[in-house]
Every structure is written in structure tokens, then in C-alpha cells.
Design a protein around this ligand. Structure first.
Ligand SMILES: [Zn+2]
Length: 151
């Protein structure tokens, strides 16, 4: 798809908590990719993390520590699984190292990160959000720092 450029660390931090964010991690050396979906609960206090083809793997809880994936007995995989450790690694890169390896590209999956609807125009594809959702997110610039208790 056109204009689907890799997200920066800051963009990805926001995207993950935006509401219904599907993103693809691609190793540009091997071409291997994996896709995750992070869905916010109705009460906005948690985010359910799913791995494509696997299902639910764990939960992020709002507040300090929201960037740590918590395992649950309902998880389809163990905490030692590749699905679980890869997501945990990604969150560590974002929050502790504030950097992603050059060989890793993370892009949205073609749907709006906030509502999950398919992105249809070039501008929305570039942003990763539809016009309405982009407006809502832009109004709330402290949104993700607040989620993880940084503000
Ligand atoms: Zn949307």
C-alpha cells in the first residue's frame, strides 16, 4: 500500500494505545513479519493484546507500568513464547531504549489505529488514522504519556 511508512518511536507509542491499533513488525533483512492488534477496553483501563493467528496473549493496564505486557491464564501462549517475548521486547525498546533497530519496520496494518476502520485516502494512510480520529487524538496531546503515568 502507498505511503505506509515505518512509524517512529513516538508515533508507535501513541498508536499502540490509540484504541484499536493493528500493526505489523517486519524484519527488513529476512522479510519475516508479525502482526499484533491492541484493543482498548470499554472502560479505557486496559488494552488487550492479540497476535495475528494466535489470539489474545496478554493485557496492558493503564497507569505506571502500562508499558508492561501482563500475562493472564486466558492467554493463548506462555510468557516464554515468541509471541509474548517479542511484544515485551518491543515495549522495552520503546520505553527504555527509545529506539528501534534499523532492520525493524513497524507499520499500521491499513486500518485506523483508533477505531479500526479501513483507511481509504492517502492522507489517512500516511497518518495511520482516519480524519475524525486524527482530530480527536491531536486534541489530546498528553494522551499516551498519561496512559503510562508519565503525566
Ligand atoms: Zn478511526
Amino acid at each position: 500500500m502507498r505511503n505506509r511508512k515505518p512509524m517512529t518511536v513516538e508515533e508507535l507509542k501513541q498508536f499502540i494505545y490509540a484504541g484499536k491499533s493493528g500493526f505489523v513488525m517486519t524484519n527488513t533483512k529476512t522479510g519475516a513479519s508479525r502482526e499484533y492488534l491492541v484493543v482498548q477496553s470499554r472502560d479505557k483501563k486496559r488494552w488487550y493484546v492479540c497476535k495475528q493467528f494466535v489470539g489474545y496473549i496478554g493485557t496492558l493496564f493503564a497507569g505506571p507500568g502500562a508499558n508492561v505486557l501482563m500475562w493472564s491464564p486466558n492467554s493463548k501462549v506462555s510468557q516464554l513464547s515468541e509471541e509474548f517475548t517479542t511484544f515485551t521486547w518491543l515495549m522495552k525498546q520503546l520505553w527504555e531504549k527509545a529506539a528501534l533497530p534499523e532492520t525493524l519496520h513497524v507499520t499500521h496494518n491499513g486500518n485506523c489505529g483508533r477505531c479500526g476502520r479501513k483507511l481509504t485516502d492517502d492522507k489517512s494512510v500516511e497518518l495511520g488514522y482516519g480524519p475524525h480520529c486524527w482530530k480527536m487524538l491531536s486534541k489530546d496531546i498528553d494522551f499516551w504519556p498519561r496512559v503510562v503515568g508519565e503525566k
